[in-house]
Design a protein around this ligand. Structure first.
Ligand code: ZN
Length: 417
């Protein structure tokens, strides 16, 4: 028995095949589980009679520190929102602000059952430090644009050099945290920048991420400039490396879906952000499945969502896909849950005394639909054998302190704006 094993008694457990079990279970440090006979040496015994144990959420597209920008530029469409609201505010961004924003974001994610984020934001080394302290997992992609940014005021050349240095320094927590490269988009990065980032990804084996085909304007502009849509264009310049993370993919052709599939790219559906910014195009989940694309789910930054709660994102994905395709069979509870937790090796327990989880139904058959469409509080979060939340209290981040710090940071950030 490994030293991080816990026994959860008389509980409901949802396994990786979406089957609900009832009984006593051991949660092992390596992320696996097994039935308990009741006599094993364990770190802790947890009364699971009012708990549902599931895999944790994996949030594949975030800008964590953007909780600092929540609700600014409400009502603006994407390009206007970026140019008149987000980018001007970010000129005042400091390392300290990124630190407090990231800490608040991580606290929100743990409290809502997420143990992994694929992030793209300024001062990635600061993000890495905060995430390491929190105990969750992450891919932290240093952002690259051709224009000057708060972390790289000299633009893309400096960004690439600094990120190369960061990658050379290795992971702050091996097996949990990796650094990567976040080329912002085809409209903020030149061909040369995109190719150099791709070369660095190939050389180091790190993850490459990008926003792509988010709005109709972006794809039309790319087509007018290059005679190709964004994913075709990226393919033509040999941009993709194994497992490239492509956020949004709302306006893509079937040919582009085949390109994504051929490169083993992850296409990240961000339904709430897309709807909040009125992007119009919805990623076609069934067409992506037909093309064999690996689809993941993400909230995007809290600035374009107001929430990092993946339970809400899972619900939004299921609803918008059904609605857009006039087909209530798409993304049922099992498939939606699988999409939102794909690859998770961690565990979350949900509070069954929460009225939103009732009725449970015969053999617990209503538990999963209730969880997705209705909601529940998170009691415990376990990552690689470590309890980072127990009985509704996060242990690795001071949630109240992070909230107070966020308030004063926002005050400072927007002073003079
Ligand atoms: Zn984004």
């Amino acid at each position: 028995m490994d030293s991080g094993t816990r026994r959860v008694t008389d509980t409901w457990l949802l396994d990786d095949d979406m089957l609900v079990h009832k009984g006593d279970f051991l949660l092992h440090e390596d992320g696996s589980f097994s039935s308990s006979k009741g006599d094993e040496d364990v770190l802790e015994v947890i009364d699971g009679s009012m708990r549902l144990v599931t895999r944790s959420f994996q949030n594949w597209h975030t800008h964590m520190a953007m909780v600092l920008n929540k609700s600014i530029g409400e009502g603006l469409p994407l390009m206007e929102w970026l140019e008149t609201s987000i980018f001007p505010a970010e000129r005042n961004l400091s390392e300290e602000l990124v630190e407090s924003g990231t800490r608040a974001a991580v606290a929100e994610m743990i409290a809502t059952g997420t143990t992994f984020a694929c992030d793209m934001y300024y001062h990635p080394e600061v993000v890495g430090r905060v995430v390491a302290d929190s105990g969750i997992r992450a891919k932290i992609c240093g952002p690259i644009t051709d224009f000057p940014t708060p972390s790289y005021p000299e633009g893309a050349g400096q960004a690439l050099k600094k990120i190369e240095g960061l990658l050379a320094g290795g992971s702050p927590v091996p097996k949990k945290i990796d650094y990567g490269i976040g080329t912002h988009s085809v409209y903020t990065c030149s061909e040369e920048t995109l190719q150099k980032a791709s070369e660095l990804s190939r050389k180091t084996g790190c993850t490459l991420s990008i926003h792509t085909s988010e709005t109709r304007g972006e794809v039309a502009e790319c087509h007018a400039k290059h005679g190709m849509y964004p994913i075709e264009y990226l393919d033509s310049i040999d941009y993709f490396t194994e497992g490239t993370v492509c956020a949004h993919c709302g306006w893509v052709t079937k040919k582009e879906m085949r390109i994504l599939s051929g490169h083993g790219a992850h296409a990240v559906h961000c339904p709430t952000s897309n709807q909040k910014l009125a992007c119009g195009g919805t990623m076609s989940y069934p067409a992506m499945m037909d093309a064999g694309v690996d689809v993941r789910l993400g909230t995007d930054g809290a600035a374009s969502n107001n929430s990092l709660d993946m339970r809400s994102e899972a619900k939004a994905a299921s609803l918008v896909q059904r609605h857009d395709h006039w087909d209530a069979r798409i993304l049922g509870p099992e498939e939606t849950w699988s999409l939102a937790t794909k690859g998770s090796e961690d565990w979350v327990s949900w509070d069954l005394s929460d009225i939103r989880m009732r009725p449970w139904g015969r053999d617990g058959r209503r538990l999963l639909p209730n969880l997705i469409y209705s909601g529940a509080r998170v009691l415990d979060v376990f990552v690689a054998g470590e309890a980072i939340r127990r009985d509704g209290v996060t242990l690795t981040v001071d949630e109240a302190g992070a909230s107070r710090e966020l308030e004063s940071s926002v005050e400072e950030y927007y002073r003079g704006l």
